[in-house]
Every structure is written in C-alpha cells, then in structure tokens.
Design a protein around this ligand. Structure first.
Ligand code: ADE
Ligand code: ZN
Length: 330
C-alpha cells in the first residue's frame, strides 16, 4: 500500500503459481536447462505481454512453462512467490497449479507437487499455503480424469480442484464426472467461470460441478437472477481486476464491475491471478482497485474479511485472521 502502514492482512485465493514466473526467472531457467525460447531476451519477452484476450495470454504463459523441468524448479518458483507474501500482507495462499501443462512435456507430477510442497514447508513459519490442482478445460475431460488418477498418491498435499485455461467453448458441464470423483476424494471444488464466458457457465459451475467458489465470475453481473442467487448463498467470487483489464475482459479499470458487485451484496474478494504478467501482486491489486475504482478503506477491509472467510482454512483459524483484519488501521 502507498501509505507506509503495514499492509492489510489478506488471503490469496486466486493465484496461478505458474503465473508468478517472472521474465528474469524464465531466462535463468532456460539457461540452466538449455531450453530455446521464442524471445531473444527479457525485454523482448516483456514486450510480448500486450494481450488482446485470454488466449493470447495463455499462449505466452504455456510457452514460458517449458523452462520448469525439475522438482527444484517448482520449489524455487513457489519459494520466490511465498517470499513476497509478508510484504503484501498475504497470510494464507491457496495456489492453483496446472499439472497437465507439465506432464504433457514429460515432467513427473510427483516432481511438480513435491517441489511446490517443499516451498510451502520452507515458508510455513510466515505464510500458510495449500494447493489447488486445476484441470485444463481446453483439453479432453478424459485427460482430466487421468490427471486426477496420477495425482492420487499426492492428494494429502492438495486441498481442492479447479478448472482453468481457455473458457469460451469449454463449459463446466463437460467436467461433471471428474469433479464428482474429486469431491468423493474430499477435494474442494472451485472453477473459473464468467471471466470471458457467459453467466450460464457460472450456473453450470454451481449446478454441475458443485463449486464452493467461482473464480472471476464478473460476467454474472449481466444476469439479475444469478446475482440474486450468488448474493443469497454468499457464494465467494475471487475477482482479479488487473487481470481483467490486461486480458481486455473489461475496457479499463474504471469500468470494472467490482463496485456494482459489492453494491449487489456479492461475496467478493480481490486477487492477483498471474501477477508476473498482469503487473501486481496482492497488495498492489488492492491499491490499484482502490485508486482506479474509488473504493474506500472499508471496502478493502470487507474484501479482506471475505478472502479469509472464503478460504478452506478451519473456522477457528479464519476467526483469528478476521480479527486481525478488523484490528488493522488504514
Ligand atoms: N490460467 C492462468 N491464468 C488464467 C486465467 N486468467 N483464466 C483462465 N485460465 C488461466
Ligand atoms: Zn485465474
């Protein structure tokens, strides 16, 4: 925050760990593993971060992942991210990871989960963290099922499953079977819906996948009946304004529907999605949303409380975090 006071305590619930891969790290790992990249240097890579839509971002995001090869790479990636958390006021993280983007390149899923877990354990004294295994919705559902089976030996380290990647044309209803199986294994279901896709996808995520949180969900605002349902059920929506602007889901920060969502009584919290690509980790996202949308300190506090209450932490732990948010002075 720009005020010089300690940052507002918050939980980060919408963060793709691969989206924290900074350009300098991409090149360092490429040198380590002798991976050829389509960009000559960090500058050229950064200049590719001018996205027209979700797909144009995903093309770069997946290309950069080619440098992540070993358990240590995943540990270093997550460790670098978790190191940023105290300065951003992030006390708890539920981080997404995309196993199919790695196993499809020959990386062992045990190395992916193992490396991420190594980092989580290393930083457990300063930030708590869990993993959410995401299925790529633009790949066949059978591949998602295979991925869940391959992950079974490591599920004690995983709190939930998610659904991400290219949304339009890939509705949640295609993944009913794998989400049923995941829920039966005790995993908490969440899904990206209503980022670029229509409000109907948010309904499907609720009805067909039984999600406990909707990631993004901004297009729900187009459907009054859906808004009333989400408000009544206090369904958490993990909103990422900087991402939505950078991926042209909204035309500018001042036109983001967040104030309307808050006014409608939706259970909204603020998150950073892919901070290495979208220009802001958690506290920067809060500050940019405050400045760009004219939000008050109380709005930010409300969303920070929502972030903990929407987490998969135990109720007594949530209560302690919420008390710290309420005691925070702007
Ligand atoms: N994977 C990483 N970031 C994503 C986003 N914003 N939407 C869908 N899939 C993603
Ligand atoms: Zn996301």
């Amino acid at each position: 925050m720009t005020t010089g006071t300690p940052p507002l305590p918050k939980a980060e619930l919408h963060l793709h760990i691969e989206g924290t891969l900074e350009p300098e790290t991409v090149f360092a790992l490429a040198r380590r593993h002798d991976v050829a990249l389509p960009w000559t240097d960090v500058e050229a890579l950064r200049s590719a971060y001018d996205f027209a839509d979700l797909q144009s971002f995903l093309d770069v995001y997946y290309a950069n992942m080619a440098v992540l090869r070993t358990r240590d790479d995943f540990a270093e990636l997550a460790s670098a991210y978790l190191r940023t958390c105290p300065d951003q006021g992030v006390e708890h993280v539920e981080m997404f990871f995309d196993p199919q983007a790695h196993t499809s390149r020959g990386v062992d899923i045990g190395d992916v989960v193992g490396g991420l877990t190594d980092a989580i354990e290393e930083h457990s004294g300063t930030v708590s963290a869990g993993l959410i295994l995401c299925f790529l919705r633009d790949r066949p559902a059978s591949e998602a099922e295979e991925t869940l089976r391959a992950a079974e030996p490591y599920l004690d380290r995983v709190v939930g499953v998610g659904l991400d990647s290219a949304e339009v044309g890939h509705p949640p209803s295609g993944f009913t079977g794998v989400f049923d199986r995941a829920r039966s294994l005790g995993l908490k279901p969440v899904a990206h819906a209503g980022e670029e896709g229509p409000p109907a996808y948010v309904r499907e995520a609720l009805d067909d996948l039984g999600v406990l949180r909707v990631d993004h969900g901004i297009r729900a605002i187009e459907d009054d009946e859906l808004v009333a349902r989400l408000a009544r059920d206090r369904t958490p929506l993990t909103v990422c304004p900087l991402s939505n602007v950078r991926l042209a889901c909204v035309p500018g920060i001042g036109l983001h529907p967040l104030p309307e969502m808050l006014a409608a009584g939706l259970n909204v919290s603020l998150h950073s999605d892919d901070p290495a690509y979208f220009g802001g980790y958690a506290d920067t996202t809060y500050a940019a949303s405050r400045d760009g949308l004219g939000l008050s300190a109380e709005d930010l506090r409300t969303m920070a409380v929502n972030s903990f209450e929407s987490s998969f932490l135990d109720a007594d732990v949530i209560a302690k975090h919420v008390a710290a948010v309420r005691a925070w002075e702007a």
